[in-house]
Design a protein around this ligand. Sequence first.
Ligand code: NBP
Length: 481
Amino acid sequence: MNPTADIGVIGLAVMGENLALNFASRNFTTAVYNRTTARVDAFMAERAAGKPLIGCRSIEEFAAALKRPRKILLMVKAGEAVDACISSLLPVLEPGDIVMDGGNSFYADTVRREKELAKAGIRYLGVGISGGEEGALHGPSLMPGGDASAWPEVEPMLKAIAAKVDGNTPCCEWIGPGGSGHYVKMVHNGIEYADMQLIAETYGYLRDRLHLDAEKIQAVFEAWRRGPLAGYLIDITAEILKVRDAGSGKLLLDLILDAPGQKGTGRWTSETALETGTPVPTLTQAVYQRNLDAAKELRQTGSRLLAPPEEAEPYPEEEQEEVIDALESALYCSKICAYAQGFELLKAAEQRFNWPLHYGEIALLWRGGCIIRADFLGEIKKAYDRNPELENLMFDDYFRTELDNGQEGWRLIAADALLSGVAMPAMFSAVGYYDSRRRADSPSNLIQAQRDFFGAHTFERKDRPRGEFFHHEWNQPGAEL
Ligand code: NBP
């Protein structure tokens, strides 16, 4: 077979098929292969028909179809499948070839694979891809990292298929070495968990505290599509609230079981945050909340056994508009906190792995194509343009003003939810994060005293320079060491 393909895609499930079609639509001849070859046959007979796609029925045929150096995108299930694909590819590849993993791989696996493949002269990239089926076909957000020498060779193709913002700026830019591309994708997913949880809690408040019907809730989200919250997740929420079940005519959302699933990428974000000592309470609460909510039966038991607070007074009709405005502020402020936490986790990676990350560029990558795309990411880009060394997103002038303007409504909603027993734990954690980050004096002096009391763990003193440690003999007043 003559090597005529510009790129090859392995894995023809939802993502691989659509990405292959996206490459082909930009006139890149694309070779495709899938372990179960019936999938190749079906794809070639249907969606690929008449397009510059080459269906391959063996890994050898696939390797032979690709121009040198070969450029291969793996779109298989994260984990063992990626290692299995790499093992089957190794005998047919040559030094200089480029293998990209576009799946949701854990960044530490990418670091390992890049090192292993470098021994064989194969250049490896971990490419975070977001946008789901639709994004894969029409323009995803792409976060490539790994062997930098491979980047100029794949850049034109990846940028061609990426989502575009502000006219023609692709949502695809080089992230950095090692597993940085997959790390950034992991943080994206952590933020996505928090964003979705905060929106769900807001919907819950409208439904369970304000007792609005679906039509009214839909109108609220519809209005928010044009405000500071504007973005994909608000858009789809407004759309979801319109859809009726064909059989019963009821709102489909009301028929969907409230037992959320997850694939583990949010958990990785939290685990990594714990490892690096980076506080991401809102992101982690969103993961916990999926676990709490998944246990439907336990919640049903709890609803019978655990007493609610005294029933809160309903808001009079004429006050509802004001409360809904406060709720918009509450969601917006909580969202700023969730992003501030995500960017703290990026900063932790820069320090831990020495990856020079460009936060403004990362915000731009997320402005189009991906699930968390939102107008507000443009403001994050501006914040990091103003100060690339920004310690915390909330410290930027624009965002601290937004938080200050919104905090009255934010606190009102959080307090009312607590008093009326409406669970909004991600929102509560966001307020807690804001208040914790803004206080110069925390009560942790007591924790240090307790640790020293029971374990002689020592403490630093406010009236002495940092780095000097003291122990007090707590049972013998005055006997300080
Ligand atoms: P899946 O994650 O469902 O994986 C299915 C693919 O993996 C099939 O092509 C399957 O081949 C292949 N595969 C498996 Br499973 N084990 C294999 C093995 N041992 N050797 C070779 N191939 C193997 O596909 P997807 O939903 O298209 O997602 C692909 C990747 O993209 C995943 O990492 C996913 O997390 C990520 N991602 C998905 C989305 C999304 O919206 N779905 C968005 C962004 C990223 P077979 O046909 O022979 O079983």
